[in-house]
Design a protein around this ligand. Sequence first.
Ligand code: NDP
Length: 394
Amino acid sequence: MAKVLLVLYPDPLTGYPPAYARDSIPVLHGYPDGQTLPTPSSIDFTPGHLIGCVSGELGLRTFLEAAGHQLVVTSDKEGPDSVFDRELPDADVVISQPFWPAYLTADRIAKAPRLKLAITAGIGSDHVDLDAAIQRGITVAEETYSNSISVAEHTVMQILALVRNFVASHRWVEQGGWNIADCAQRAYDLEGMDVGIIAAGRIGLAVLRRLAPFSVNLHYTKTHRLDRAVERELNLTYHPDTASLARNVDVVSIHAPLHPQTYRLFDAAMLASMRRGAYIVNTARAEIVDRDAIVAALTDGHLAGYAGDVWYPQPPPTDHPWRSMPHNAMTPHVSGTTLSAQARYGAGTREILEAWLSGKPIRQEYLIVDGGHLAGVGATSYTVDGTTSPGSGH
Ligand code: NDP
């Protein structure tokens, strides 16, 4: 029988369950590229309910306990006395979410001799030390596509929020003002701007498709170039690397996984190469940019705005400079955990568990590491070089 250790974000301050704003979520029939939605044998939660927090338990307790397995759920993940560290040594499976990541460092993996499977409930497994997982033969899996469209929608919202100066304008309303000039002095139309996507994978391509009707000039870069038919359909300008794209656009949106090639890709030199007044939206991973270089570029006016939902570490300290830097439209890491997304990654997590617990293969498209090497989606999206360790200060 397996011990499953599940780390989730805390319940709402207003209590659990919440009063839901809507009674249901739309029923989808597949992902845009034809990949099928998760196919667990059944689910024990109501789609549209909050299952991503501790009391929601990702809807896994009934299923796991009925099969004789042990489930431990906690949000307490920091420091050697945390519930996570205390429960880890005899855990067979760890499940964690990027929104509230249980950083599975090499040190922690060394203290978990039984650990065989690390599941990311969502997408993005950089909080797991992939080198250490490879060396130990631990399988790492995530629910590819489960929240890609969720993030793409959030990205479009944040691009518009920056360019149109939404946050400051909304603040004037809340303060009882009607300060049109104060709002308008930094407000522009997106129409006609050059917008560039770093890594046009599932999310990046979905952002391109959503932005095409805005009559913008779309640019992208990606390890392997998109089909020419897609380039023609969306009128895309391809750039062979990030540097070429960054200096030719007004808006950059980042969608690469965090791995050694993308770590601090946007450093002070890359930012200086961008047009004055450019905007950056980063819903990928915070460490793809240099935290302090972003603050400096906003403060001296080289960047006109920065938005995103990814931070390092997570949760960030109350004095993290991105909470108070000028012209930001930051949110907590929430884009990929809408109630709509939770239903998909909750079902996907159960699908992975059902497969693994019964000795059946996990879908290729869900695999990041398997059998001692990068596998599935992980083999095309990630690199490992033994130097990047989550939580190591990178
Ligand atoms: P995909 O695997 O579909 O896309 C990633 C793309 O990145 C691939 O197309 C890959 O190119 C490209 N890529 C990788 N390295 C580079 C590089 N060095 N330069 C240029 N392109 C590169 O992943 P998703 O679109 O689903 O997700 C992307 C990332 O978004 C995740 O890894 C995660 O970190 C983040 N994310 C954030 C969420 C949130 O809530 N904010 C939720 C979900 C994901 P190629 O295909 O050519 O190999």
